[in-house]
Structures are given as C-alpha cells and as structure tokens.
Design a protein around this ligand. Structure first.
Ligand code: NAP
Length: 493
C-alpha cells in the first residue's frame, strides 16, 4: 500500500512539530520535515524536538536548484546531511544530482533513503525515465517529480511507470492537472505519495489534502472528474467530494482541463486504461465526447449530447445525459406542473436539448427561440418532438407563456449579452427557470420574483444531474441533502 506523507513547513520548530502531530493524528503514515522551510531546523534541533515523531519522518533539506529553500551547498550541505543521517528518522531525502556521494555512507549506516529529482522546466520521457531508474536503483525509494501544464502531460508521465521495471518508485506531477498522479498513486504502485495537511496549504501544486488522499489511497477507489476548457471554477467537485465523504466511498472528483479537442479522445482512452470510473463533460467537449464513447444511452442518443461517461471494468465508455433528469427533477420539486402549459425555451444548445426532451415527456406545449434560428429547427427535427420555433424578435408580440426557461449563458457571471426574454413575458408567466447557477439570483430570477412568479434557479438542475451521475458511477444512492448543502456553501462562500 502507498504510504501517505505530509510535508511539514512552519514559522518555527514548535509550530512545525504541532503540524506533524496533527498530520499523524489525521492518518498520515509519514511526515516530511522540510528543514529548508522551517527556520531553525538543524539536525540537532530536529533530533531534540521531534523525538518519537522521528521514526515516522522523512528529513528533507530541499536545495534551491530542486525548488526548495536551502542555500547550503558543497561541504556545508554534505555535513548537514551527514549529521541528519545519524538521526533515527524513517527516511532521509538525498538529491541525486548533489548528494549521490553520500549514498554509500547512507547504505553503510543502513539508513533508508529517498533518492529524488525534481524537474521544473522542460522534460522529456527519456530524461525522466533515466532519472527515475537511477533514483530507484540507488534509493530505498526513487522519487521523481516533474512540472506539468495539464492533466494530459500528467497522464503521459504516469505511462512511464511500467517501463522502468522497479517497484520502489514514486513518480508524481506538480502543477496544473497534477492531482491525477496523486489520486492514482496507490493504483500505479507508488511507494509514497505527498499531500497537504489541509486544503489550500499545498507545498507543491497538485497535492491533494490529507483527507482526500486518505479516501483514495486504498483498493477500488472511484476516480472521476470533469473534462472541459477552460474550467475556471466548477461547483461539481465540492458536490461530489462531499458525497464521497458522507458515504465513506473511497472516491474523488477532479477537474480535468483539457487544452484542445484533439486530446479528448486519447485522454478518455487513457483514463479507461488507468481504471478511472467515469467523467462529466462540459463545454466545449460535449460533441467530441459524444463521438468518442462506445455506446450511448437512449435519451442521450435522442438529444445528441452527453454530459456523463461511465467507464466499465473492461474499459468501455458509455455516454449518458443526466441533464434531462436534472431538469425534470428541478421542475418536479418546484411543484410547477408544465403538463399542457405553453412553454418557452430560449436557447438551442446542449442544455436546451435536454430541457426540450424532459418537457416533452412532461407533456408541455413547447416553443423554442434561439439567436441562430436554424439551430432551433434542427433541434426539433433531431429530437423528433412536437415543438415550434419562434423568432427572438417576435417574442415581444407573442401570446403569454406559462413557463419560461433560459437555456443560454446570458446572465451568467462574466458573460456579456443582453436578455432575450422581454419583461412583459416574465410578468405574465406562472413560473420561470434560469439554468444558470452562477450567480444564483440572476436578473431573470429576480425579475420573476419581483412579479411574484415561481422562480427556479439552475442550482437544483446542477444538483440532480450530479446526483444521477454519482449513482451511475457508484451504484449508490446519492446523498442529495449533503450535496445541496455543499453547493450552497460554495455558492454563498
Ligand atoms: P451551448 O451548447 O453552448 O448553447 C448555448 C446557447 O446559448 C445557444 O443556443 C446559443 O445560441 C445561446 N447563446 C449564447 N450566447 C448568447 C447570446 N449572447 N445571446 C443569445 N443567445 C446566446 O451551451 P449549453 O450547454 O446549452 O449551456 C447553456 C447554459 O445552460 C449555460 O449557461 C450553462 O452554464 C447552463 N447549464 C446549466 C446546467 C445546470 O445544471 N444548471 C446544465 C447545463 C447547462 P446560438 O445557437 O445562436 O449560438
């Protein structure tokens, strides 16, 4: 089983010791005393103060050239490390480029050593493989960490592991998209994985927090994520991670920002090879993902869009559209019954498609208005529903609608554009739904409320599409109340 190690830095030795105790109490197998990041940390002071914790410690004096804070070089550094080798620590970290002369001494003293190398600039597979092999040959554990720009690079890094032929490796990514290498550490046989004591306290970008790391460092972990670009701040991770936590499922939900569409297909195949459990898909990859999967569930096939992928045990990719369920549930719990009611949907993209199918099943009388009218026409013929189109310019003179749904990003934080839905229509409707959940209170929602109309925000749709995806991935009933609370906290925070 992979050992979980929490790096410890602090303002002084006392606070570092306190953090080390907290990490061990929180379930860490090891703590890494980052002597380069703790003022006053010397082999003497570490030996005196860390006492019983030493047996579960890695002592590291990370040099500037390897991304750390220590300026000691040459003999000064060697003397420091020689003194550290005398301590009864679990491991001492030796940097292969500067400390390899001390490896025979460590072996003579029968000390366990982590032989390490960090790449902050360009690296290629040959260079990383070569270093990882040497670190594994020389160390009790061979550790290589390499900076990545995306989750695609991080997965490329993981593919090197089977090629090196050692089982005492710890290969990890740092940077954007690096989390996957930490989440999957146990599954790829990593000897040790480094994580932060608390969320937001990472020593290296890409580390998980201890609680999440513990959840996924075991057998049968459920690793899922969201592919899209850009993924500024998705609400889905907090919702799903709260659900994993509440049900004690060894799972994690990660953001996977894929830089370009050509990478999506091979990324999905790599995820299947790495035994990830599934994926959500968002803008702009819904179409490309639709073409990449092996099988598409009936309603998703009908709307021509997927937002969820389930990866089966054989690596097969199955596409679903849980927005249909999310929309229906949001309407159902609002108490508004659209059956037989004149309903207007503004927008004809993926979300509108899901809403049209859901509303057709609920028996609504559907009209669709879209900026590009042809898209509304093809939506109707693709889904084969009984609906009509209406020009946005004609909305002002239109008969009232009982139910109005905004399925465009107009009104979303950071998105320009002006409302296509005339105020008079809002004033005459019975209920209004805005699929946007950021902000919760859009202009459309507050207009509807000010007219005393029923107003349904996008949050419940987000919640229920997520709950359905969670159930598809885990086979467990989603803890709706916990997921809703997590979402609300994130939105209001
Ligand atoms: P999409 O496939 O890109 O479609 C966007 C739609 O909005 C298109 O019909 C587009 O018209 C229209 N549009 C874009 N900019 C516009 C503007 N400035 N003025 C008028 N119309 C404009 O996106 P989507 O996946 O359907 O998502 C639409 C919205 O629903 C997004 O805000 C998304 O966040 C939200 N959503 C929410 C949930 C939830 O769970 N609550 C789920 C899915 C989506 P053209 O055809 O003319 O380009």
């Amino acid at each position: 089983m992979t050992k979980i190690c929490v790096p410890i830095a602090g303002d002084d030795m006392l606070s570092a010791l306190e953090l080390a105790h907290k990490a061990i109490a929180g379930g860490a197998d090891l703590v890494e005393i980052r002597a380069d990041l703790i003022p006053g940390a010397t082999p003497d002071s570490i030996g005196q103060m860390f006492g019983t914790v030493l047996g579960r410690s890695v002592i590291t004096l990370r040099s500037r050239s390897e991304g750390g804070g220590s300026d000691l070089i040459g003999n000064e550094r060697s003397s420091w490390i020689r003194a550290a080798l005398e301590l009864p620590a679990a491991y001492i970290d030796l940097e292969i480029d500067t400390d390899s002369g001390l490896i025979p001494e460590a072996k003579r003293l029968e000390k366990k050593i982590i032989v390490s190398k960090h790449f902050f600039d360009e690296w290629d597979e040959g260079l990383v493989s070569d270093y990882l092999t040497r670190c594994c040959e020389d160390g009790s554990i061979g550790k290589v960490a390499a900076r990545v720009e995306s989750v695609v690079d991080a997965i490329d890094l993981l593919k090197l592991i089977p090629k090196i032929g050692y089982d005492n490796h710890a290969l990890m990514a740092m940077g954007t998209g690096a989390e996957i290498t930490r989440a999957i550490a146990n599954a790829v046989g990593s000897s040790v994985v480094f994580c932060a004591l608390d969320s937001g306290k990472q020593v290296a970008p890409g580390q998980l927090d201890l609680r999440s790391q513990k959840r996924v460092t075991g057998d049968n972990s459920v690793i899922v994520g969201l592919i899209g670009h850009p993924l500024h701040h998705s609400l889905s991770p907090v919702m799903h991670n709260a659900a994993f936590d509440a049900l004690g499922i060894p799972g994690i939900y990660l953001p996977f920002d894929i830089p370009n569409p050509e990478m999506v297909d091979s990324f999905l195949r790599d995820c299947a090879d790495l035994k990830l459990r599934g994926m959500n898909v968002t803008i702009p990859y819904k179409e490309v993902a639709f073409r990449s999967v092996d099988e598409i569930e009936g309603d998703a096939q009908r709307v021509g869009a997927i937002n969820t992928i389930v990866i089966d045990g054989q690596g097969g990719l199955h596409g679903y559209n849980t927005d249909i369920f999310g929309f229906s549930e949001a309407v159902r719990i609002s108490g508004f019954d659209p059956s037989g009611k004149r309903t207007l949907i503004v927008g004809a993209g993926g979300a509108a498609r899901a809403a049209v199918l859901a509303l057709d099943k609920l028996g609504a009388e559907i009209s669709i208005a879209n900026r590009t009218p042809e898209r509304a026409v093809s939506l109707i013929s693709d889904i084969e529903v009984n609906a009509r189109t209406i020009a946005i310019a004609d909305l002002t003179d239109s008969e009232p609608f009982s139910f109005i749904v905004n399925a465009t990003p107009v009104g979303m934080t950071g998105f320009g554009g002006s409302a296509a839905i005339p105020g008079e229509l809002v004033a005459e409707a019975e209920a209004v739904m805005d699929m946007i959940y950021n902000p919760l209170e859009t202009r459309l929602i507050s207009d509807a409320r000010s007219h005393g109309k029923q107003a349904i925000s996008g949050l419940d749709m987000l919640l229920f599409q997520g709950a359905k995806a969670f159930e598809l991935w885990t086979g467990k009933r989603a803890p709706i109340d916990i997921m809703r609370e997590a979402l609300k906290k994130e939105v209001s925070g």
